[in-house]
Design a protein around this ligand. Structure first.
Ligand SMILES: NC(=O)c1ccc[n+]([C@@H]2O[C@H](COP(=O)([O-])OP(=O)(O)OC[C@H]3O[C@@H](n4cnc5c(N)ncnc54)[C@H](O)[C@@H]3O)[C@@H](O)[C@H]2O)c1
Length: 267
C-alpha cells in the first residue's frame, strides 16, 4: 500500500457516494485516516448505480477495509454550529485534522425552473446554502486547528458550471454558487498561506457517477463527448488523482489555484 499520506487525517464532506466517496477511498489508499461527513451516510441507496459500486455498507466501512481508521458524521454542511461540533469531534478523537475536501454540494430543480431571471428566491437560496455556505462553514470549522498546527491542505469543489454560463441560462443558482466557491478559495488561500495551509479548488466537468450516468445516457453520451476534446466522460478517480496532487507533497507550492477536471470541455 502507498503511504504518501501516512499519519495524516482527512475529512471529506459529501463522502457517502459519488465523487466524494472516491476522494475518501483514494486518500485512505494513500495511507490517511478519513472522516466522512454527509447529510445521509447511506445516500448511495438513492441510486442503483451508486449502490452497485459499494463493497461494504458505507464509505466508512470501505475505508476500514483498506486498513485505515474512519469516523462517520451525519451532519448538514449548511448548519455552521453542527459543523463546528463535527470538526471538534474529529480532532478530539484523532488529535489533528490535516486535510479537508469540501465536496458536499449539488443542484436542485430543473434548468427550466432555475433560469437566471426566473429562479425563485427559495430555490436560489437552497442551492447557494448547500454549495457556497456549506463550503464556507467547513473551511471556518477546520481553519483554527490547521492554523494552530501550522499545516493544512484544503480543497474546495466547484464545477465547470461556475466557469461558463449554460446555454439558455438554466441552473443559474448552481453556477453562481460554484463561481462563489472559486473566489472564496482565492481569498482563503491569501489568508491561510502564512500558516502553512494551502487552499485550492477543483472544477469537475462531466463526471460519470452512478447518479449521473442514467442522465448522460438519456441525453445521448455521443452528444456530450462532442463537447469534450479528450472524447470521454470523466471518472471519480480522475478527480481523486488531482486531489492527491493537491494534498500530497506534490502540490506543496500550489495555493489559490483553480484546476478544471473536464477533459478540456468549454461548455
Ligand atoms: N458529478 C459531476 O459530474 C460533477 C460535476 C461538477 C461538479 N460536481 C460537484 O462535485 C461534488 C460531488 O458531486 P457528486 O456528483 O458526487 O454528487 P452526489 O449528489 O452524487 O453526492 C453528493 C453527496 O453530498 C451529500 N450532501 C448533499 N447536500 C449535503 C449537505 N447539505 N450536507 C452534507 N452532505 C450533503 C449527499 O448526501 C451526497 O452523499 C458536488 O459538489 C458537485 O456539485 C460534480
Amino acid at each position: 500500500m502507498s503511504v504518501k499520506l501516512a499519519g495524516k487525517t482527512a475529512l471529506v464532506t459529501g463522502g457517502a457516494r459519488g465523487i466524494g466517496r472516491a476522494y475518501a477511498l483514494h486518500l485512505a489508499g494513500l495511507g490517511a485516516d478519513v472522516a466522512v461527513l454527509d447529510a445521509d451516510l447511506r445516500s448511495y441507496r438513492d441510486f442503483a448505480g451508486e449502490q452497485a459500486e459499494m463493497t461494504a455498507d458505507s464509505t466508512m466501512a470501505e475505508i476500514e477495509q483498506l486498513g485505515r481508521r474512519s469516523i462517520g458524521l451525519e451532519v448538514d454542511v449548511t448548519n455552521s454550529t453542527a459543523m463546528d461540533a463535527a470538526i471538534a469531534e474529529i480532532t478530539d478523537q484523532w488529535g489533528h485534522l490535516d486535510i479537508a475536501i469540501c465536496n458536499a454540494g449539488g443542484g436542485s430543480g430543473t434548468p427550466a425552473e432555475s433560469k437566471a431571471s426566473e429562479v425563485s428566491p427559495e430555490l436560489f437560496d437552497t442551492v447557494i446554502q448547500r454549495n457556497l455556505y456549506g463550503t464556507v462553514n467547513t473551511c471556518r470549522a477546520v481553519a483554527p486547528g490547521m492554523k494552530a498546527s501550522g499545516y493544512g491542505r484544503i480543497v474546495t469543489v466547484a464545477s465547470q458550471a461556475g466557469r461558463h454560463g449554460a446555454p439558455g441560462g438554466g441552473y443559474a443558482h448552481y453556477g453562481t454558487a460554484k463561481a462563489g466557491i472559486m473566489m472564496y478559495t482565492r481569498y482563503l488561500a491569501q489568508e491561510l498561506g502564512p500558516f502553512g495551509i494551502t487552499v485550492n479548488c477543483v472544477a469537475p466537468g462531466f463526471i460519470a457517477t452512478g447518479r449521473l450516468m442514467p442522465m448522460f445516457e438519456s441525453q445521448g453520451v455521443d452528444r456530450i463527448l462532442d463537447l469534450i476534446p479528450l472524447r470521454r466522460l470523466g471518472t471519480p478517480e480522475d478527480c481523486a488523482r488531482v486531489v492527491e496532487f493537491l494534498v500530497s507533497e506534490l502540490g506543496d507550492y500550489v495555493t489559490g489555484a483553480l484546476i478544471p477536471i473536464d477533459g478540456g470541455s468549454v461548455s
